[in-house]
Design a protein around this ligand. Structure first.
Ligand code: 1GP
Length: 255
């Protein structure tokens, strides 16, 4: 198994080149244009997955995405059924913020032999759900309690434990459609506690959000909802992530 995707993430981290992942939820995948244009507007990875699939066909969705982009397609699975050999890699998520044994190891035992038969790049990821102001689908479906928004020490120790367990990435998420993204102070504290790359998702809506979250310490951010609602914003968010577009910070005149 090659580690092309993970290498590109660690190289980005080493060179302070922040990355943008566009999340496609198969249930809400209506326009292929967003995928077609993703590379040219500055997206680095396509993530695909959803906490609950009620309408979409996961495999067909991955196939369509692959046919329309050269970007790496990474499965961000909401369920064990969300595996497609057509993708390039999969975040092998362990929900380390929760105490639900199924999401910590149980589903992995069932998924492992299926994944072994594919050529997918497996990326062991410590997934942490953080309270983002409302009960999102991810939160509800996980049957776990999220880390409170202001408990930076719990978040930092959880991420550190994940790294010590050998996980390769930490992904902190307030869940798709959350009211708030992960607090900047929490991102800073977690960043200080780990040396593996840090992904932040959930509730990132504007180029300013993207810039601040990256500046606080995210090595990669994930956007889903805003890309569905306002695809024209993806390019500006990508520019903010890649620091190519000046962003006015509160109390300053900009970069
Ligand atoms: C959810 O991190 C992703 O798991 C994206 O969240 O849809 O709120 O951008 P949004």
């Amino acid at each position: 198994m090659q580690s092309t995707i993970y290498s590109s993430i660690t190289e980005g981290k080493a060179g302070n080149k922040k990355k943008l992942a566009l999340l496609i939820d198969p249930d809400k995948f209506t326009s292929v244009d967003v995928v077609k244009n993703a590379e040219s507007v500055g997206v680095d990875y396509i993530f695909v997955g959803g906490s609950l699939l009620s309408k979409g066909n996961f495999s067909a969705c991955v196939e369509t995405i692959k046919q329309n982009t050269k970007l790496p397609v990474v499965i961000f699975p909401g369920h064990i059924d969300q595996v497609s050999p057509d993708a390039d890699g999969i975040l092998f998520l362990s929900l380390i913020s929760g105490r639900n044994a199924e999401n910590l190891i149980g589903k992995h035992v069932m998924a492992a032999p299926i994944l072994k038969k594919t050529k997918l790049e497996i990326i062991p990821t410590g997934y942490m759900l953080i309270d983002g102001g409302k009960i999102t689908t991810a939160l509800y479906m996980s049957n776990t309690v999220p880390i409170p928004h202001d408990k930076n020490d719990i978040a930092a120790c959880t991420a550190l434990a994940g790294e010590m367990l050998g996980l390769k990435l930490i992904y902190m998420d307030t869940g798709s459609g959350a009211e708030k993204h992960v607090a900047l102070k929490m991102i800073k504290e977690v960043k200080k506690s780990i040396s593996i790359p840090l992904i932040i998702g959930g509730g990132i809506r504007t180029p300013e959000d993207a810039y601040e979250v990256c500046k606080a310490g995210a090595d990669m951010i994930v956007i889903g909802t805003i890309a569905e609602q306002s695809p024209q914003l993806i390019e500006q968010i990508a520019k903010a992530v890649h620091y190519t577009q000046p962003i006015k910070e509160k109390g300053t005149t900009g970069l």
